[in-house]
Design a protein around this ligand. Structure first.
Ligand code: PPY
Length: 302
């Protein structure tokens, strides 16, 4: 059985994602996202499940930052979960003055809280389930949690299906130490983090390397390197798998162009997205073109 570290404690959305991505495996809760990833780096876990992107709040920056630091890890699978919340209190609570949750959850229920719990103060906790733990301990009055949290903590459900934005979704990754990659499926996602050189047009050049090969971006985030003010790393997701000639060609170009490129994985997409390929940018076009250059070099044809 594999050991899967996940961003816990029990009852987080990430635990639900881990159950979907690694059914039947041993799940080990970690208190923070960096701790879940550190468990893989130290060998305490075989893989980790972490949130990466939310349809309302955007990137989960703790995940981006931890993936760009320390030993490289690669994403091997992803799952997309619908996100709506339950509001839990200690049984018998009459007055709600504080509402605790993960910042991504608080951001997604702000209007609901204003309308339904006027005057209640939002308080950030490390995860939605950590908010349930804190409410159970009497630290706060209400927790905004995943629906499953009530099965783990002795709290009462005050509201369900709470969400300012309907159909919000969060994408979660299963991350491992580098090793054998998942096979390409034809509907894959590749992720990298690149440090562009610090000069005019560097990011545009980097993106052009993808654009000229007809590669469709699915996400772009910038995060500070934390070393020099104004210096950023770019986290780029795009359609395709590194095993494909067109993607390999683009990665080789980025490797030439950038100060540093880290490969963060190629794996099947969970959003049923199709891969758009521009005319002249299909794998066969790349293979054919490379073959043609080789034959020109050998003097076989011009
Ligand atoms: O705190 C959790 O339950 C998480 O897994 C992170 C999160 C928070 C809000 C929406 C989706 C995921």
């Amino acid at each position: 059985m594999s050991r899967i570290a996940y961003f816990g404690p029990q009852g987080t959305f990430t635990e639900q994602a881990a159950r979907r991505l690694a059914p039947g495996e041993e799940l080990i809760p970690a208190e923070t996202i960096p701790a879940a990833l550190a468990a893989v780096r130290s060998g305490a876990a075989d893989a980790a499940c972490v949130p990466i992107e939310n349809s309302v709040e955007g990137a989960v920056t703790a995940t981006l930052d931890s993936l760009s630091e320390a030993e490289p890890l690669v994403a091997v699978a992803e799952v997309l979960l619908p996100v709506h919340f339950s509001v839990l209190t200690r049984p018998g609570t009459t007055e709600i003055r504080t509402v605790a949750s993960h910042p991504h959850a608080l951001a997604q229920v702000r209007h609901w809280v204003e309308a339904n719990l006027p005057g209640a103060h939002p308080v950030a906790t490390s995860s939605t389930a950590a908010a349930a733990v804190a409410v159970d301990a009497g630290e706060f009055d209400a927790a905004v949690t995943a629906p499953v949290a009530v099965e783990h903590y002795p709290l009462e459900v005050r509201a369900t299906e709470v969400a300012d934005v309907r159909d919000a979704k969060t994408r979660f990754l299963l991350v491992r130490a580098p090793g054998e990659l998942p096979q390409p499926t034809g509907a894959d996602r590749t992720s990298i983090v690149a440090a562009a050189t610090n000069r005019t047009g560097a990011l545009a050049e980097l993106l052009t390397e993808l654009a000229v090969r007809g590669i469709n971006l699915t996400k772009l985030d910038a995060r500070p390197t934390r070393n020099n003010f104004g210096e950023y790393r770019f986290f780029i997701d795009f359609e395709g798998h590194v095993a494909e000639p067109r993607i390999g060609d683009a990665l080789a170009a980025l490797r030439r162009r950038c100060r540093n490129v880290r490969f963060l994985g190629s794996h099947p997409r969970a959003d049923n997205g199709t891969t758009e390929i521009e005319p002249g940018a299909a794998n066969e076009d790349f293979t054919d073109a490379i073959g043609w250059v080789e034959s020109v070099r050998k003097g076989a044809q011009a």
